[in-house]
Each structure stands twice: as structure tokens, then as C-alpha cells.
Ligand binder design. Structure first.
Ligand SMILES: C[S@@+](CC[C@H](N)C(=O)[O-])C[C@H]1O[C@@H](n2cnc3c(N)ncnc32)[C@H](O)[C@@H]1O
Length: 222
């Protein structure tokens, strides 16, 4: 694990594990808005395999698999991943969905330039320090093939909760034991510096104002 909020990370991992244990299928069965968009974007690029980070209990991984993608889903909650595996098996999708425990503060397991698409809904807005966030995005860049795609969605700084949550260090905010970050355009542009930032789309999902980004890893000579 890199430098940064090690204690905070451990506490957040326990918090998420407990949340999934108390309420299985915490995020519901419906796919996220971002996952629906990812299907369009990845499909248009002829991609059929996806690495999902922070997959939770897998509502999006299962949706992507139903749309024909092979999905490798990771999360740092074993409880969520157990639910994901169980649901994949029940739905007969276990040949297309694999799940592995991984904390994204650690380097991503795939080798350089071996992944075509990465998807992360509501992961980058978790309790990461700015340097952990930069490392994570650099790791996604490292594992993607040239021309590979990264679709991610986060809480927007325009969400009213951004003003209501308790301000913590490093631009993080806390509420009810959860810690996260609300994203503004400056941060999105900074994280997209080594990429082609193809799409920054504000939208509403439930009560939340969100931002969805599509970024392409430049192919050499482009
Ligand atoms: C808001 S939930 C979103 C889950 C899923 N993407 C969805 O939309 O249903 C955030 C997820 O990120 C995971 N997470 C938070 N910090 C993480 C980390 N450092 N490494 C891996 N997963 C993490 C949590 O366990 C949780 O499942």
C-alpha cells in the first residue's frame, strides 16, 4: 500500500464490509447510469472485456456481462465480492464474471498495456488522498492498451451534500462514518492530463449530482 491515509483506508474497508453484510445488495439490482453509458462506449470501440474497479456487489459487472462483456471485477470488500460471485452463479454468468479482492491503493495486478477497458462507478470519489488518486489513475493508464478506454463516475462538487458534509483534510468530506470527495472540473482536468478527455458529462442519479468521464489512452503517434 502506498503512502497516504492508511488508517483511514482500513477504517473505510471495515465500514464497507459491514455495510454490505448488514444490507446485501446495498446498491440495488439496477445498473448505474454510468454502466449503461460504458456499454455504449466500449461496444462502439469493439471492446468485449472490462476491468471493473470498486465493483461492490456487482450490479454493473452483472449488467455488463449480460450485455456480452467479459468482466473482471475487483473491490476491497470480500463481503461484497461474495455477493457478486453468488449472484453471478445464480444468473448463470459466472463464465463471464470473475471477482478478486484488490485495494486500488496497491498497484493494479494486470501487466502493462494488457487491458482494453476500465470502468469505475463511484470509486474515485472514495477516501483517497490526492496522491493516491493520481497513482490510481496512472495505474489505470499503465495497464490499458494504447487506445484503451477508462469510464468513471463520481460525485459532483455541485451536489448540495458537498456543502453539508463535514470538511476533512485533503479536500475530503465525511458523513455518517463514510468519507469521500466531491469532484470539480479542475480535478477532472488534472487527472486527465496524460489522456484524451473525451467526455465530461454532468447528470443526476437518484438524489445525487454526478459527473461521468470517458478518457482514452493515446495511441503512439496520435
Ligand atoms: C459507492 S460504492 C460503489 C459500488 C459499485 N461501483 C456500484 O456502483 O454499485 C464504492 C465501492 O468502492 C469500494 N472501495 C472503496 N475504497 C476502495 C479501495 N481502496 N479499493 C477497492 N475498492 C474500494 C467499496 O468497497 C465499495 O464497494
Amino acid at each position: 500500500m502506498g503512502t497516504g491515509h492508511v488508517e483511514l483506508a482500513r477504517a473505510q474497508q471495515e465500514r464497507w464490509d459491514l455495510a454490505y453484510a448488514r444490507r446485501p445488495q446495498l446498491h440495488g439490482a439496477e445498473p448505474s447510469v454510468a454502466a449503461r453509458r460504458a456499454v455504449e462506449v466500449f461496444g462502439a470501440a469493439g471492446i468485449d472485456d472490462v476491468l471493473e474497479l470498486g465493483a461492490g456487489h456487482g450490479r454493473d459487472a452483472l449488467f455488463l456481462a449480460r450485455q456480452g462483456f467479459s468482466v473482471h471485477a475487483t473491490d476491497f470488500s470480500e463481503t461484497a465480492l461474495d455477493q457478486l460471485r453468488h449472484e453471478a452463479q445464480r444468473a448463470g454468468l459466472d463464465d463471464r464474471v470473475t471477482a478478486a479482492l484488490h485495494d486500488v491503493r496497491d498497484p493494479l495486478p494486470p501487466a502493462d498495456r494488457t487491458v482494453n477497458a476500465v470502468f469505475a462507478n463511484l470509486l474515485l470519489n472514495m477516501a483517497f488522498s490526492p496522491s493516491e488518486l493520481r497513482s490510481l489513475v496512472a495505474e489505470v493508464h499503465r495497464v490499458l492498451c494504447p487506445g484503451g478506454l477508462f469510464v468513471y463516475a463520481v460525485w459532483s462538487a455541485d451536489d448540495p451534500c458537498a456543502q453539508q458534509w463535514l470538511p476533512l483534510e485533503d479536500g475530503l468530506s465525511g458523513h455518517d462514518g463514510f468519507v469521500g470527495r466531491f469532484f470539480d472540473r479542475e480535478l477532472i482536468d488534472e487527472l486527465g492530463e496524460d489522456w484524451n478527455l473525451d467526455e465530461v458529462t454532468p447528470y443526476q442519479e437518484g438524489q445525487r449530482l454526478m459527473l461521468r468521464m470517458t478518457m482514452t489512452k493515446s495511441a503512439p503517434g496520435t
